[in-house]
Design a protein around this ligand. Sequence first.
Ligand code: NAD
Length: 340
Amino acid sequence: MIRVGLVGAGFIGRNHFNQYEKMTDRARVVALCDADADRRAGDWSKVGGNLADAQGTKRDLGNIRPYTDWRQLVDESAIDLIVICVPTYLHRDITLAALKAGKHVLCEKPMALTVEQCDEMIAAARPPARFMIAQCIRFWPEYVWLKQTMDEGMFGPLRAIHLRRQTSAPTYSLDNWITNPELSGGAVLDLHVHDVDYCLHLLGRPRSVFAQGYQRSGGGVDRVHASWSYGRSIVVQIEAFWDLHPGFTFNMGFTAVFEDASVMWDSKTGVPLTVYQRDRDPQTPEMPTEDAYYGEINHLVSCIERGTDPTITTPRESRDAVAIALAEKKSALSGQIVSI
Ligand SMILES: NC(=O)c1ccc[n+]([C@@H]2O[C@H](COP(=O)([O-])OP(=O)(O)OC[C@H]3O[C@@H](n4cnc5c(N)ncnc54)[C@H](O)[C@@H]3O)[C@@H](O)[C@H]2O)c1
């Protein structure tokens, strides 16, 4: 039984909590730390979000030890895995302390605010401790299907990919920390890193990136449209923004153009992933059924049980995703192509 200490019971922390409830014979939350007294006590009725389980609830945390200070939770001997679901500026410090205490660590994306911080985290991770960044898109059914389809060569070579992540300005985070670029990195890091990481998963590191975007006074780069160059004939465009007006809420999706088929999916439309081919009716293939958040946590829990490092996503890849998102930010602010 893996004993879990959860740090942060906000939007994504609550989501992690729910997943452990589906695997209580293998991993169980035994301690929870949150700076907010209501959340620490299980009153999650004011927790917001833009994805699954966006409704708040009240939970009975009777058997779970509450902590106000994450340092005490990290030092507690009766915990095996620390799950870090607090604002991004805290990721580095908590990860370093947890790894130093010999714990396994699952830390939310983006890995950290700078490449230097990511490198420190990687350097601190040593077996038998297992360390993974929660790159949920690598486990998301439509994205899993697309990667498998590409790897199997089902529709011939990939010619073009457009990845998109589009949302109204986020309002759900506690004290709105997410809109402060000093704490979150802005949309170019917080939101866009999902697709940057996924594109790395799909195609590996590009040679260079070029991006357009803008930065509001006092804000972050909250809109980015990036083109990646691989030095071969494949077109890669990735866009992310959280500057849409209220009411749009959230969309993620992609258009992938292979030699023999085009594939399209947008979460907001409710239309299933659709494959378009010459001389055939559009097809809507079966998607993998596993919940992405469950799949992500199940991967790490299985690795801990087996004594192996995670393979579907590695800290080095998460670090590269931060590096590339920051290279795009540099490009957007300078108007220059940035080599990777
Ligand atoms: N993978 C995903 O789909 C996904 C979705 C949303 C957020 N995230 C990431 O998860 C992290 C948290 O985001 P969120 O949306 O859940 O934020 P949130 O504001 O909803 O929740 C953060 C929680 O951390 C607590 N907290 C803040 N400082 C603390 C401290 N020093 N000690 C203890 N608790 C503290 C807050 O009280 C709050 O309950 C961010 O890094 C974000 O980028 C990932």
